[in-house]
Ligand binder design. Structure first.
Ligand code: P1T
Length: 385
């Protein structure tokens, strides 16, 4: 098992070992629901596949290695991972959330867990006075940085400090940055959450999620809930994600390079009225992003000076960028958050947050940057003609 080395090495070898019977270099797919026991209640360490599966465990060890965690616990989707963290809290718990979250996260908090007596408040953690925003009785602080879809940056070290002061757990959804560019546990967070559907798997062929931690009490609780509630991923999905992870570091470099080229193109386009991309000096998140991230990845959001119909036409006119929800795959995607991923956020709250109807979100893939730019150019000409 190798946990040594830099992040590029750990993407491939982190927590991995050759299969002991044959020496197979790649972890096999253990496609089984149960395991033979030599004697009642005596087993090999594997009883039933909701509880243990070696393929899933190989993926969990690799993600733990990448995030600097002692334990990573995988789930059937990013939202299942998110839900498990809230299930650990129980009724009456107080959760302070960032105000710009994936729409599905907002929906499960406000429409599912609120019914069980968990209290959620939403504040702009990127700009708030943290003493006011995170009161003494807070149990959990939940944030995305960068956020989906506005790419706002929150100072994770500062929020972690305040969370510790009040005895709250800090959970960071690290889906957009990935451990290649940001490791929240090193910045003071207690839990790191991912939709592994996105960059970690990277090929738009699996839905999955994970929570990673170095806190023994949280590790035990997450493991208990993974088995007790049972929102586990299947063996093929974990195997595909483990395979995808091996190229994560290389992919992230190319996603980032392409996003930078696209941002340059946007900057020189008079029809673009706003660009959200924290690695530009004029972005409000630039200083903090530079201090807590080593790179950025492929996400870019922008607003076009056009009507909603024209924005829709733009999204429907691209040929290399596919109009689709999701992000983080090798292929470029684009979407309109107001009508797609964030339609579950009420319109008045969307307006308050600056989620304009004409906001377009790009997930720059790893194709050639010139082809991406030519595609955006022809779509813009088609939409605004
Ligand atoms: O889709 P799922 O694997 O359940 O993950 C939910 C999720 C959690 N956190 C973040 C930051 C996310 O972006 C997502 C899913 N997001 C999309 C599907 C999207 O298009 O934004």
């Amino acid at each position: 098992m190798s946990d040594d080395g830099r992040i590029e090495t750990r993407c491939i070898h982190g927590g991995q070992q050759h299969e002991p019977t044959t020496g197979a270099v790649m972890q096999p797919v253990f496609q089984t629901s149960t395991y033979a026991q030599p004697w009642p209640a005596k087993h090999t360490g594997y009883e039933y596949a909701r509880t243990q599966n070696p393929t899933r465990e190989a993926l969990e060890r690799c993600i733990a290695s990448l995030e600097g965690a002692t334990e990573a616990v995988c789930f059937g989707s990013g939202l299942a991972a998110t839900s498990t963290v809230i299930q650990a809290l129980g009724s009456g718990a107080k959760v302070v959330c960032g105000d710009d979250l994936y729409g599905g996260t907002y929906r499960v908090f406000t429409r599912v867990f609120a019914k069980f007596g968990v209290e959620f408040s939403f504040v702009d953690l990127a700009n708030a006075d943290l003493e006011e925003a995170i009161p003494e009785d807070t149990d959990l602080v939940w944030l995305e940085s960068p956020t989906n879809p506005l790419l706002k940056i929150t100072d994770i070290r500062k929020v972690a400090e305040r969370a510790k002061q009040v005895g709250a757990t800090l959970a960071v959804d690290n889906t957009f940055a990935t451990p290649v560019f940001q490791r929240p546990l090193e910045l003071g967070a207690d839990l790191v959450v991912h939709s592994t559907t996105k960059y970690l798997n990277g090929h738009s062929d699996v839905v999955g999620g994970v929570v990673a931690t170095a806190d023994p009490a949280w590790a035990e609780q997450l493991r208990f809930l993974q088995n007790a509630v049972g929102a586990v991923p299947g063996p093929w999905d974990t195997w595909l994600t483990l395979r995808g992870l091996k190229t994560l570091a290389v992919r992230m470099e190319r996603h980032q390079a392409n996003a930078r080229r696209v941002v340059e193109w946007l900057e020189n386009n008079p029809k673009v009225t706003r660009i959200h991309y924290p690695f530009r000096e004029e972005d409000p998140g630039y200083a903090i992003a530079s201090s807590q991230m080593s790179g950025f990845g492929g996400m870019v959001s922008f607003v076009l000076d056009c009507t909603l119909e024209q924005a829709e036409k733009f999204c429907a006119s691209t040929k290399v960028f596919t109009l689709a929800e999701s992000l983080g795959g090798v292929e470029s995607l684009l979407e309109l958050p107001a009508s797609m991923t964030h339609a579950s956020v009420p319109p008045e709250i969307r307006e308050e947050l600056g989620l304009a109807d004409g906001l377009i979100r790009l997930s720059c893939g790893i194709e050639h940057a010139d082809d991406l730019i030519a595609d955006l150019e022809q779509a813009l000409a088609a939409a605004l003609q």
